[in-house]
Write a protein that binds this ligand. Structure first.
Ligand code: ADP
Ligand code: MG
Length: 231
């Protein structure tokens, strides 16, 4: 009986995920299809500009990022992909990748990384994806003129050794509804969002035996507190 219930619950979740996935993929595909139809009907039309191509490229990138996030969720943890990883190094590199974009929007990114931070056992690629998603969200929340602060500290939790990572921004913050829905698949408040970033983050951190707490105030900013165990 209990097993049956679990099974139907699971099917419901899969159903909801698939419906959302189909919807999210169909939107960009419709745009791409429309442009292609236009090009086909008037192959040498003067109206086709690099602007149109740029839209097509970003729509394809959008499909790709949706698929990428879903694959991460679907792919189970593989022991052979795990190793001892340096969280500071991954964070510093992620910040470096976003530096130009931050400079363009006058957003200062500061980091205070604990030099004595122990290594974490996990999947390098997945942890990179967590920090990419969080820092990208922070940049999108700040938009212009503000800061993002990243901190790491060695911290024990219930006598288990671990590392604490804080990502703080002074961006738009979140209202109660958004905070409540955080991590639900396809929940987004952005016109061009996928609503998959945070779900992926929660999943990866949980799989690693860690936790993520979020606090935020609308209009003031947000704070993401991650804890990862050290084996
Ligand atoms: P997406 O970025 O595609 O919208 P996410 O799962 O990454 O999807 O985020 C879901 C929603 O959570 C966002 O649309 C936004 O409303 C909110 N959010 C996430 N991070 C922040 C942040 N740092 N500041 C304010 N809101 C945020
Ligand atoms: Mg996001």
């Amino acid at each position: 009986m209990e097993r049956e219930l679990l099974r139907s619950e699971k099917l419901k979740v899969i159903g909801r995920l698939s419906a959302g996935f189909a919807h999210e993929i169909r939107n960009p595909l419709t745009t791409i299809h429309g442009f292609m139809q236009l090009f086909k009907e008037s192959p040498d039309a003067g109206g086709v500009s690099s602007y149109h191509y740029q839209i097509i490229i970003s729509e394809i990138e959008r499909v790709n990022s949706i698929v990428e996030d879903l694959l991460t969720i679907a792919r189970p943890d593989k022991t052979e992909d795990k190793d001892y990883i340096n969280v500071n190094e991954i964070l510093a590199h992620t910040i470096y990748l976003f530096q130009t974009r931050a400079d363009h929007s006058s957003i200062s990114m500061e980091q205070e990384l604990d030099a004595e931070l122990p290594q974490v056992y996990g999947e390098d690629k997945k942890l990179r994806q967590v920090f990419m998603n969080l820092i990208k969200n922070a940049l999108e929340a700040v938009e212009q003129n503000g800061y993002i602060y990243v901190e790491t500290k060695s911290r024990s939790d219930f006598s288990r050794q671990g590392v604490a990572i804080r990502i703080i921004d002074d961006g738009c913050g979140m209202d109660a509804e958004t905070l409540d829905k955080l991590g639900s698949p396809f929940y987004t408040t952005k016109a061009d969002g996928t609503g998959l970033g945070l779900m992926t983050c929660f999943q990866i951190i949980e799989e690693a035996g860690g936790s993520m707490d979020v606090s935020s105030e609308e209009g003031s900013g947000s704070e993401f507190d991650i804890w990862l165990p050290v084996e």
